[in-house]
Design a protein around this ligand. Sequence first.
Ligand code: ATP
Ligand code: MG
Length: 571
Amino acid sequence: MIKPLIQETSPIIATLDDLAKLANYSFMDSLNCDPDAKVNGRDHTPRQVFTGHYVPVNPTPIEDPKYVAHSKNFFRELGFADSMAKSADFVRVFSGDIAHVPEPMRKIGWACGYALSIFGTEYYQQCPFQTGNGYGDGRAISVLEAVINGQRWEMQLKGGGRTPYCRGADGRAVLRSSVREFLAQEHMHALGVPTSRSLSLYVSKTEKVRRPWYSEGSRSQDPDMLVSEAVAISTRVAPSFIRVGQLELFGRRARKMEHPRAMEELEHIVLHLIDREYDDVIDQKLTTAEKVVLLAREFLNRLTSLVANWIRVGYCQGNFNSDNCAAGGFTLDYGPFGFCDMFNRHYQSWTGGGHHYSFLNQPVAAERNFHMFCSALRPLLMAHQDCLAQLDEIQSAFPKVMKAQMEKMWAAKLGLGAFHATLFNELITLMEQTSVDYTMFFRELSMVPDDIGLLKKSFYKSSTYHADSEEMDKRWSTWLTKWKSLTQPCSREALSRQMKLVNPKYSLREWFMVPAYQQADTGDYSLIQELQKVMTQPYAEQSKDVEEKYYRLKPLELFGVGGSSHLSCSS
Ligand SMILES: Nc1ncnc2c1ncn2[C@@H]1O[C@H](COP(=O)(O)OP(=O)(O)OP(=O)(O)O)[C@@H](O)[C@H]1O
Ligand SMILES: [Mg+2]
């Protein structure tokens, strides 16, 4: 899990000067800089980066930045005054201009290289040089590390312009994708799922880029037009942004002995990861080999728990490559993601994702990433056969640990003391044959209903259901009776209360976000604010108005519509 958040404090950081005083650049200070880096940070053209953990690179500010949103909750947790989000110097920094920051903040940012594995296979084709030396943060640039109330945070701009890893692309993010990531991070946090957090979001009043997208109402899989969209910079925050792919980059270099310092660089990044994400569970005094074993064990626990949580809340990452898998065990990169409306085990809203990254296949995808993680660590254990054997054991334990996490999660969702395979399998079959809304079904079940009347609110009613609805209703009634006989022996109220804590009422469905980013494009941010409010209390009943608007089946006419049901471009 991400480290527990600090207790809420009254705002003590009210200006950029206050924040600057807390700056502490451990990433830049304790890791290796690319020796070929440009001193002035104007390193904005694709090139091979052969060594080093980071490239110092300056963000390219967006033109005429304008405030769109900030996370009030996260500001409060950090002790930031809300007024700061609209103050000129804060806007300037978090819209990409770090040339005038107060000391000890630095006038330079940094981007990192990483490797790519897709479903457990190493890829090099995505690198323009076919070597893997040109792949990494193409548009993500970190600008600040600060220790705030004892907790270290890294702040990273997304869409902050080109880096040596941009592969010829523009380094920008558009408002649409930035709004999606901004809202999703805070929703996920409120759902109790570890994640990077949202700090702020600024859009350019004048700068635009072209992206492939869907024409109004298009049912095409692939975008059918090019649209000109405003660029934006969102800032996300996490204890670190180290990805499995990043460890892989150094692991591959060490394995192939690509340069004399390859092994040392691998050890360095792994120890840094431990320091940033695992220092509360791994004793500093241990040897590197011992630390590596503990790291693998802890990541196994975090990753399996994370994926079980994703499935609990109906989240599909969509593109769970190793470069989108945070080594700290939290959710990262809300591009091709989606929250499931109609339950389907193969649910996947990203058209490039395929079955391998679909909803209920996420545990398998996670296992592939875990294997890549272990492979990256292996070179460090070559001289420690006992530790190597332990790592192998941890790696082979993945399916067992994942299964246990999934069963625990399904049992909790169903209010059962223990997982019941037959009951569960019958349910999944019924859900698919009927076509039910994933979120609404579990929330209605959490009411512990006497009959299937309430559950039917969540039915989209497929053709299979329509073909013999009487028979289907009978099967549902039988299932409900059986379920009730197996639930925890407590009062209905207690069971309902407990189930509502794991079954959210509100989820950030794609079709809620479409009007929000469309409105935002016209300068109206009210729907973003409304979604921020509703989706940061996903377990609360909230008002009747909110319920009518956001606790609803997806309108049938939106199924199959590009942008609302599926998307191809996430940038
Ligand atoms: N417009 C762009 N300009 C430069 N690089 C880009 C752009 N869009 C994506 N990339 C890079 O392509 C790679 C794959 O993109 P992907 O959609 O996974 O990441 P992302 O959404 O940009 O970022 P992240 O994983 O940092 O959240 C990443 O390395 C990313 O930096
Ligand atoms: Mg990514």
